[in-house]
Design a protein around this ligand. Structure first.
Ligand code: DWN
Length: 411
């Protein structure tokens, strides 16, 4: 772990911190019995965020070893959200058609997880290659026929593929550009691997929405960076690539951009409009972020007050979604097992573990029937629609949902 004193994008020392969430455990480092027995084993790291006044890149100010984050104890599997699977399939089908992909094409996904995305190309007969360093996820992908290299992607891996005569027609990078400590090495690797007329699509939550919706819980050590169109444009141009288009998905992960990047400089009106809208909103200036900490403090206070009142009134509270963002929320607000007694999750790999730092047990959703709470705190609020629909029985039995972001609200 090292403190960051210069921008990891452009190297500028002109970094201005605007939020400090204290020392928190790693958000996806779900706790086993060993740490429960000896809590001193659980590591915590400073979690603070800064803005680069030169290249607009928002970033955390501590550097945690990616192996700790994504290899040693990482249980996130993409295939436990129907919304995400539908979103990914639509993306794949659109790419196959728009890029006229065939059996002679190659689609490479970086951070391909359990094959949730690439399986769609395999089914259509389009050759694929995944990169993911997480061993269990890579193995799950290979089991469904998605060739996967169990390694971090970067310039070295790209050069090795090129030396073997391999180039990509399409490179997909969903929720990974934020997750790597050296974005320049990563983007340089994409530039080398992408064929001349190829397309890179990069998806990440929008920092504009993060601030507007006060989604401070999406800040954790896995997320080194929080991107705008402005910061992505400057990052990719540093490596001879160009931001040519952007799609916006307001209901995915709290607001997600899908950036279209290529070797040629051919921006659409849509991306030019989005860039101008960001400039007009002040996304490229520090002042946009200056009051975020006070707004976060207000949400933290309101959520703690609401939970304390519910508990004092004899209402039992559990949580839904052993999400990384849930770990930040529970730890930063200070929500212990006295306020939230357990967390349910459909991801069976997480069952039997405990939430980082606050140690709520993670159990299957059947517990909502066997030991029903009065209120269900939606840690995975980004999937609120899907989860509320799925848990209609809970609501019919009089259960209520507590949506914490952007303002804590019982629904
Ligand atoms: O970048 C990342 C973001 C985009 O997604 C990664 N760090 C991993 C992940 O972060 P997260 O863990 O905060 O994201 P999710 O996908 O919002 O987590 C949802 C959790 O809820 C998962 O553990 C799966 C679970 N879930 C469930 O139990 N039932 C999700 C749905 C939709 C459900 O119906």
């Amino acid at each position: 772990m090292t403190a960051i004193v210069a921008c990891r994008g452009c190297g500028s020392p002109d970094l201005s911190a605007f939020l400090d969430l204290g020392r928190t455990p790693l958000a996806d480092a779900l706790v086993g019995d060993d740490v429960l027995a000896n809590p001193a084993l659980e590591e915590r790291f400073p979690l603070a965020v800064a803005f680069c006044r030169k290249c607009c890149l928002v970033q955390i100010t501590e550097d945690v070893d990616p192996h700790k984050l994504f290899v040693d104890n990482y249980l996130y599997f993409s295939s436990f959200s129907d919304q995400l699977l539908d979103h990914s399939r639509n993306h794949a089908m659109n790419l196959i058609e728009s890029r006229r992909l065939s059996g002679t094409s190659l689609v490479v996904e970086l951070a391909s997880n359990d094959g949730y995305m690439l399986k769609n190309f395999v089914e259509a007969g389009v050759p694929v290659l995944g990169f993911d360093p997480a061993p269990d996820q890579a193995e799950a992908a290979r089991r469904i026929g998605v060739p996967t290299r169990e390694e971090f992607f970067g310039l070295g891996a790209a050069r090795a593929l090129r030396e073997d005569g391999v180039g990509a027609d399409v490179i997909i990078a969903n929720n990974v550009l934020a997750h790597i400590p050296d974005p320049n090495d990563f983007v340089a690797g994409m530039a080398v691997l992408l064929d001349d007329d190829g397309l890179i699509t990069v998806e990440n939550p929008s920092v504009w929405d993060l601030v507007d919706r006060c989604a401070f819980d999406t800040i954790y050590h896995e997320h080194y960076f929080y991107y705008s169109c402005l910061s992505v444009k400057l990052l990719v141009e540093r490596h001879g690539l160009h931001l040519n288009d952007v799609e916006y998905f307001p209901h995915l992960h709290g607001g997600t951009n899908r950036w279209h990047i290529g070797h040629r400089d051919e921006p659409t009106a849509r991306v030019l409009e989005r860039l101008e809208a960001e400039r007009a909103a002040g996304i490229g200036e520090f002042d946009f972020y200056a009051d975020f900490a006070s707004r976060v403090s207000e949400v933290r206070s309101r959520l703690m007050t609401l939970l304390t009142e519910l508990t004092a009134d004899g209402e039992s509270v559990a949580a839904y979604g052993a999400a990384a963002k849930g770990a930040t929320l529970l730890n930063v607000v200070g929500i212990d097992t006295g306020l939230v007694k357990y967390v349910v999750d459909r991801n069976v790999h997480k069952h039997g573990r405990h939430m980082p730092g606050t140690h709520q047990p993670i159990v299957g959703t059947e517990v909502l029937r066997d030991d029903p709470p009065d209120v269900l705190l939606l840690l995975a609020w980004n999937f609120a629609t899907e989860i509320i629909a799925q848990q209609s029985d809970f609501a019919e039995r009089g259960g209520r949902f507590l949506v914490p972001i952007p303002i804590p609200e019982l629904v």
